[in-house]
Design a protein around this ligand. Structure first.
Ligand SMILES: [Fe+2]
Length: 192
């Protein structure tokens, strides 16, 4: 199956039972990822956009750290490409290492974003809090408060790596697209 379009992704989110707030969040992450793509030319844009829209599909069922694994299974069951399954499983923070996976009791597997597309979606999500575009410090401090110091360091590293690809510090994105970017897709749907 090929990479789904914007509308197909939104339909998958609605059919899965995602709340409007989750769908608005996913569309905000899509807007941030789209801005990243203007500078990061080597990434597969369609894959990034679909991954950004679907990354939180698992929140239809669970809001714990398990939502990434659950979401990846949902995407797999929809028959969507493996690249999307992997983006969804690996999107939390800047990934989870083997120690995190064991500590959190997650099903065994690779939860570290490794491809450019996996990294862009994970980090676009780090730059969005609910429906607001934030700086990466927002995600770093949330992890530090939880005592997840390795995770916080990984977000810093990923921020530097992708800022290099983008050609500027990615914290400029909120001033480029706005703290609450216009979400055309949301306007097109009458979500409850
Ligand atoms: Fe998520």
């Amino acid at each position: 199956m090929s990479i789904p379009t914007d509308r197909e992704c939104i339909d998958y989110l609605i059919e899965a039972g995602c709340k409007k707030r989750v769908i608005i969040h996913c569309c905000t992450v899509r807007a941030v990822a789209e801005e990243m793509l203007t500078g990061i030319k080597d990434a597969d844009g369609d894959l990034v956009i679909a991954g950004a829209l679907l990354h939180d599909i698992g929140r239809a069922e669970d809001h714990s750290i398990m939502h990434a694994y659950i979401g990846s299974k949902m995407v797999e069951n929809l028959g969507l490409p493996k690249e999307l399954v992997d983006i969804v499983r690996k999107h939390t923070g800047a990934g989870l290492d083997a120690d995190d996976v064991a500590e959190m009791g997650l099903p065994a597997g690779d939860y570290m974003p490794r491809t450019l597309e996996e990294k862009i979606v994970a980090h676009a999500d780090n730059l969005v809090s609910d429906n607001r575009v934030v700086t990466h410090e927002h995600s770093v401090s949330k992890l530090v408060l939880k005592g997840a110091f390795r995770g916080a360091d990984r977000v810093e590293m990923l921020h530097m790596e992708l800022s290099d690809y983008y050609g500027a510090d990615l914290d400029v994105i909120s001033s480029k697209i706005g703290e609450f970017p216009k979400l055309k897709l949301i306007d097109e749907y009458d979500l409850e």
